[in-house]
Design a protein around this ligand. Structure first.
Ligand SMILES: [Fe+2]
Length: 257
């Protein structure tokens, strides 16, 4: 059996990022065959709780997420008044988290800039600044400890003037621009801007960062920036996804949107 070459760089880390709409190509019994190679799943907001739980269950991978700007996002079918976060998934909103298996450092901001009154999932710029201030010590510590502040920024809304729109509901956060300048993550994943026209670009570079609109999903290959090489991703087991058996909307026709 061939031994791995220690001098070779570690392979990229495939990540499945989803946002805003349940995609039948993923919410399907075939998702394990199509996306079983991904190392983790990242939700960029405005997604039903059950969708993220399905992906965690079907792919048997860690799920990280931020909430979107719709206050009714966290509800389960029969209980419209009961908020319910996806079970087993990790909320990145206002937090910095290091994935133990891949070594990737993730941080996130929820919601969108405020454009309506009394909306709990929309935030004023000062509220995002406050989240940044609380995150900064950990990001600076990461620079000292790991050589970089973070690997992936996860948000629902994009930065202002990067992948955003001019209408009030789809403006980006101004505060994310200095955040990206200061902490320079290689990748920023977001949703919120529904990109139905596939001829329009879904990715833009801002400073050192690839800013990627993942709507409705994308598989992104991340460089293994971790100080140590990531542990190999285990092959998915052969059991049929539990929720896939219940929902089974049909098979997918393409690998990525
Ligand atoms: Fe949104």
């Amino acid at each position: 059996m061939a031994t791995p070459n220690q001098n070779q760089p570690p392979p990229p880390i495939p990540v499945l990022a989803v946002s805003d709409e349940t995609d039948p190509r993923l919410h399907s019994p075939t998702v394990r065959e199509r996306q079983g190679h991904v190392a983790l799943v990242i939700g960029c907001g405005d997604l039903p709780t059950g969708y993220l739980e399905f992906l965690a269950d079907a792919l048997n991978r860690p799920v990280y997420y931020v909430l979107g700007n719709h206050a009714d996002e966290l509800r389960r079918g029969c209980c419209r008044s009961e908020a319910a976060k996806p079970m087993g998934a990790i909320d990145l909103g206002g937090r910095v988290v290091r994935d133990p298996r891949t070594g990737l450092i993730l941080a996130g901001f929820p919601g969108s800039p405020r454009y309506g009154e009394h909306e709990p999932a929309q935030y004023a710029e000062r509220e995002i600044w406050w989240m940044i201030a609380k995150m900064a010590p950990r990001l600076l510590w990461n620079r000292l400890r790991h050589g970089r502040g973070l690997d992936v920024l996860v948000t629902h809304a994009p930065p202002r003037h990067v992948n955003d729109r001019e209408d009030p509901a789809h403006r980006g956060y101004e505060a994310l621009r200095p955040f990206l300048r200061w902490f320079r993550p290689p990748v920023h994943l977001h949703g919120h801007v529904h990109l139905y026209d596939r001829s329009l670009p879904s990715e833009e570079r801002f400073e050192a960062t690839r800013v990627i609109n993942v709507f409705p999903y994308k598989v992104v290959e991340l460089e293994p920036f971790a100080a140590s090489a990531p542990a190999p991703v285990p092959a998915p087991d052969r059991a049929t996804p539990r929720m896939a058996r219940r929902t089974a909307p049909g098979s997918a026709s393409t690998e990525t949107p």
